[in-house]
Write a protein that binds this ligand. Structure first.
Ligand code: PAN
Ligand code: ZN
Length: 222
């Protein structure tokens, strides 16, 4: 089995991902009036969408456990798309509620399923996720070291309390699509997860997904 599997872009929505940027993209004018967007559940397309961002393997290479598989794949010239995010046009400032969809390809790096980078919010605040399509797991870990996980599937909403880092994992064979909404002034802290990681990862096991700590070198998951 190849270390990486890629999803056809046609199943990831219509984003022009080659032009996509995150966080410094052009913003729509401040919406001072109510507005509505249309969600396409199977792809995560948001119409109209404001900013779009993409994460490829090279954007998050250090986060996967199997660094040999990462190096092998990037060295061969492949750089698989892991996920795409599409924001509604809400300015990221206190008082507003930001919301966006994420569409994650199915696949794995070695035996570790594709996942988001994962983050804390700079200003501790809660967040709600709603599963729209596909099958996934959210792993969450508090600043105090408590760990929890929940299945994220269509029609399931998961609440992330303040002070809990969160990461989403696609455990299925189709794109995982979900909506998230959060305090727009919260900010995203990726650095602490890059440094310390989560205490448990999500692996493709013989009889389904396994949420567990990495095994010692040489064991499964390496
Ligand atoms: C989500 C995430 C999104 C991408 O909207 O930002 O799924 O994951 P990363 O931000 O970890 O790359 C969210 O939790 N926003 O706060
Ligand atoms: Zn978040």
């Amino acid at each position: 089995m190849p270390a990486f599997e890629t999803a056809p872009l046609s199943r990831m929505g219509d984003a022009k991902i080659s032009d996509a940027i995150r966080d410094n993209g052009p913003s729509s004018p401040t919406p001072e009036r109510p507005f509505a967007v249309t969600l396409d559940f199977p792809s995560g397309s948001l119409t109209p969408s404001n900013r779009i961002f993409v994460r490829k393997l090279s954007d998050m290479a250090r986060l996967f456990e199997d660094q040999e598989a990462v190096t092998r794949t990037l060295g061969s010239g492949e750089d698989p798309l892991i996920y795409v995010g599409r924001y509604a046009a809400v300015p990221e400032r206190p008082g507003n509620l930001a919301f966006l969809t994420t569409t994650m390809a199915p696949g794995a790096v070695g035996s570790e399923f594709y996942m988001t980078k994962g983050h804390h919010h700079v200003q501790d605040s809660g967040e709600v996720y709603l599963g729209l399509s596909g099958e996934g797991i959210m792993v969450m870990e508090s600043r105090e070291g408590d760990f929890a996980y929940e299945a994220l599937t269509p029609s399931v909403a998961v609440y992330v309390p303040p002070r809990w880092a969160h990461r989403t994992v696609n455990t299925g064979t189709e794109p995982l699509v979900f909506l998230a909404t959060y305090f727009a002034g919260a900010g995203h802290d990726y650095g602490s997860i890059e440094r310390t990681g989560f205490s448990r990862r999500v692996y493709r096991g013989a009889s389904g997904p396994e949420v567990r700590p990495p095994l010692p070198a040489g064991g499964a998951g390496q």
